[in-house]
Design a protein around this ligand. Structure first.
Ligand code: AGP
Length: 372
């Protein structure tokens, strides 16, 4: 009913709007004023965490995209090798696991069969298993050694939105906590990142207030046959997520690419007017990342693409190459997916609505996939 949707046309729009609160709830009680991470609920001792010499993240769909972002953050902060793998592939290739391996599953529902089977396989191999989950008492956390719940509240729309953002926050907390416990070099960064995480709910409120032009753009793109998404570093999983949302809701051909891979093949897809969404990292961020994607944007535009550029406030370098500019609040590189994903959620939702589809219940899909 309309009341359940809190005045929004779709649960998805309601859940997109709930993201600032969902993030605040997921941070609540887990940060100290001294800038430390407290994850007492995760029943792994500090010694257990010091013994970890390899991390595998396993998940499906949007939760897998969370894992891809998490890999960049966790490896950077902890220097522990971290792999991310689709749950449906993981156990079939005989991964190398032992007592010092930490396997992190990410699942909104906690009932995804592929992820559950991967978790059981990891346990059989004596790995320690930690679940990131949004659903209290569901099967995956029940069977895990430890759990970190995301406090996103129930997610009704089939397309995952607030679960994704809160999963990212949970992964950041785990990475920072591991860095702290192990006392490695990047432990110095923890305090600063904690402060940045605390600013996220406000940043997201600012961002959500600016979605008018994205809705207009959506109406414009609704008749496209295809939309491509490009990104680098953590912008790459964001590009994949933007494309997944569009496929599942708008039934439109959409694909995400690592921007550096374009020249190895996909650039041949670009034709006059092909929409290409470009996820741009902060110019203040790591090394050459920003310059590299600016040249990728130039390359696609030179071949006729219509560019939709998601860039940080005040990023002037992208202006000459952006047919449409979507500005997002300034955010450090590793945390940027928390903001850059939001316009892509809105875009997919509005394109699907403009095409007359049932946004909350897309065809052929179920909210939790309980078959392998
Ligand atoms: C997201 O929009 C999808 N509907 C889907 O990819 C989902 O993320 C995936 O099935 C995993 O679900 P889970 O997080 O509940 O395990």
């Amino acid at each position: 009913s309309a009341a359940e949707k809190g005045g929004y046309d779709y649960f998805m729009l309601k859940e997109i709007a709930e993201q600032p609160q969902a993030i605040a709830e997921t941070l609540l009680g887990r940060l100290t004023e001294q800038g430390e991470i407290r994850l007492d609920e995760v029943r792994l001792t500090d010694q257990d965490l010091r013994d970890v010499d390899k991390i595998f993240i396993v998940a499906c769909g949007t939760s897998f995209h969370t894992g891809m972002v998490a890999k960049y953050a966790i490896e950077h902060w902890t220097r522990i090798p971290c792999e991310v793998e689709l749950a449906s592939e993981f156990r079939y290739r005989d991964p190398v696991l032992d007592r010092s391996t930490l396997v992190v599953t990410i699942s909104q529902s906690g009932e995804t069969m592929d992820t559950l089977m991967a978790l059981r396989h990891a346990k059989d191999q004596k790995a320690r298993v930690l679940a990131i989950c949004n659903t209290n008492g569901s099967t995956i956390p029940r069977e895990s050694d430890a759990v970190l719940y995301t406090h996103g509240g129930p997610e009704i729309a089939v397309a995952s939105t607030k679960a994704f953002l809160t999963q990212l926050v949970a992964c950041y907390l785990i990475g920072l906590h591991l860095a702290q416990v192990r006392g490695i070099k990047y432990a110095d960064e923890v305090g600063a990142v904690v402060a940045q995480l605390q600013e996220m709910p406000d940043k997201l409120r600012t961002l959500l207030d600016r979605m008018g032009p994205v809705r207009e753009l959506a109406r414009d793109l609704a008749s496209s046959n295809t939309v491509l998404f490009i990104g680098r570093h953590v912008g790459y999983p964001v590009a994949l997520e933007g494309a997944l949302k569009l496929k599942e809701l708008a039934y439109m051909h959409a694909e995400g690419f690592a921007a550096g891979e374009l020249k190895h093949g996909p650039i041949a897809l670009i034709d006059q007017g092909t929409p290409v969404v470009c996820v741009v990292p902060s110019p203040a961020g790591r090394g050459m990342l920003h310059d590299k994607i600016v040249s990728n944007i130039q390359e696609v535009r030179a071949r006729g693409a219509r560019t939709i550029v998601i860039a940080e406030d005040g990023d002037e370098a992208v202006l000459p190459y952006a047919d449409h500019l979507i500005s997002v609040p300034r955010t450090p590189t590793l945390l940027a997916p928390l903001v850059t994903t939001v316009p892509l959620q809105v875009l997919a939702c509005e394109i699907a609505a403009a095409r007359g589809h049932d946004v909350d219940q897309p065809r052929n899909l179920a909210k939790s996939v309980t078959v392998e």
